[in-house]
Design a binder for this molecule. Structure first.
Ligand code: SF4
Length: 413
């Protein structure tokens, strides 16, 4: 099956999915309207209604008429969406039939059809890059984003498509992130010679917590969605508008996540159809180019390619995320507090004050105030935190490779 056919089929999958989602929403709306109408009817025919003053009875009848109109409108919409979903699924079946054993999708569910198509596309990244109209690499500036950017840029350069690549950084601000993160992400993009865009997440993590009056957690991880994903999503529309194509644009959205990071990430596939961001004007495919890499692979690539990484990794902070990430373990948080003190940042005080103000613990098991107290004890016993540039590489790839890396970095400066 060639690339255009796969893409047509994927668009068929998207349309069928969208049509089914619209039908589900219409079903719910109609159920709500029908229930409200039935309840209003029963109230109006009850004995109590007979005792209502004439004015109130009139108003209740008018409200009933409104509800009846709403019920009719939602029923009509349900019929239309039902027919549209049947058509969209029929079209997908007809498109897929020549490539399947048996009729329609050959017994495969829509998800299985999509998984097969996406798996084939992911196995041919060069074709994917050649077909894409734009390649958006989301970068936190961290090590995985760095290696993801490096891989995408290498593939795009090889395919002669570097001009399609744009790096996007969601800037959470210095109240949330370590100093110099945005500048580092920009230097990385400049080194590769690709465009660099910044989207601002106003208020950052502290602002979000202040507004909600509670800290996010693993089960309600609203921070990633509202601080990063939701801020980057409008870019897809802007990029589509700027492309000004007659047909549907194909946008690759590359993310530097790795399967080894968490069970949730291990369930991700190399390529996925972003239903939320896609529509008739654009198809957005989420691409995970470094999904299979281990942490050691990442550090080896950084050393081999002389890629500039953020110095907090040298101080044993494993991820360049928010200074105090709600998902981080206690030892990492303690170290983050000590690193703040070493860098002269007042964030620990601000986080403790916010925790006290909202009356909600940073994590279910412990508060940030306890973390700060533990950091103070460690500081009293061990003295201030000490680290050297290149320590992260020394730990992961050895002294010699780290020395070579530092020489390259110095020469490039
Ligand atoms: S780094 Fe942690 S706290 Fe910050 S947005 Fe991501 S999950 Fe939330």
């Amino acid at each position: 099956m060639d690339f255009p056919t796969r893409r047509r089929l994927l668009e068929g999958v998207r349309r069928a999915h969208q049509a089914d989602a619209a039908r589900t929403a219409a079903t719910r709306a109609h159920t709500r309207a029908a229930t409200a109408l039935a309840e209003a009817r029963s109230r109006l025919t009850s004995a109590a209604a007979e005792r209502l003053p004439a004015g109130e009875l009139e108003a209740a009848r008018a409200a009933l008429n409104d509800l009846a109109r709403r019920e009719t409108a939602t029923r009509d919409k349900l019929r239309r969406t039902f027919a549209a979903a049947r058509t969209a699924n029929g079209v997908l079946g007809a498109l897929y039939a020549p490539h399947a054993r048996g009729r329609g999708t050959g017994g495969l569910t829509r998800s299985e059809v999509a998984a097969g198509l996406l798996g084939d596309l992911a196995a041919a990244p060069r074709e994917l890059i050649l077909a894409a109209d734009a390649i958006v690499v989301s970068t936190s500036g961290g090590k995985d984003s760095l290696v993801c950017g490096d891989r995408v840029v290498a593939l795009a350069t090889e395919a002669g498509c570097l001009d399609k690549v744009v790096m996007v950084h969601a800037d959470l601000g210095e109240e949330s992130e370590w100093p110099g993160v945005r500048e580092l992400a920009q230097r990385q993009a400049e080194r590769w010679g690709v465009r660099f865009l910044v989207v601002k997440a106003e208020g950052g993590l502290l602002g979000l917590v202040e507004r909600r009056g509670m800290w996010p957690d693993a089960a309600r991880r609203l921070c990633t969605a509202s601080l990063k994903r939701d801020n980057i999503a409008p870019l897809f529309k802007q990029i589509t508008d700027a492309l000004g194509l007659d047909g549907q644009a194909l946008i690759l959205s590359a993310l530097g996540i790795r399967a080894a990071e968490s069970p949730a990430r291990a369930r991700k596939t190399p390529l996925a159809l972003d239903m939320r961001a896609s529509n008739g004007r654009r198809m957005v495919l989420t691409w995970h180019p470094v999904l299979e890499l281990t942490e050691a692979d990442v550090w080896h690539r950084i050393a081999d390619a002389g890629l500039e990484y953020h110095p907090v990794y040298d101080a044993l902070i494993p991820r360049l995320s928010c200074v105090f990430c709600v998902l981080a373990g206690r030892d990492v948080l303690v170290r983050a507090v000590r690193l703040c003190w070493a860098l002269g940042l007042d964030l620990p005080t601000r986080y403790v004050a916010l925790e006290e103000h909202i009356g909600h613990r940073f994590k279910q098991q412990f508060g940030i105030a306890e973390v700060v107290a533990e950091a103070a004890r460690a500081e009293a016993e061990e003295g201030p935190l000490a680290w050297s540039r290149g320590d992260a590489l020394r730990r992961h790839v050895g002294e010699e490779a780290a020395a070579g890396y530092l020489r390259r970095l110095a020469a490039a400066a």
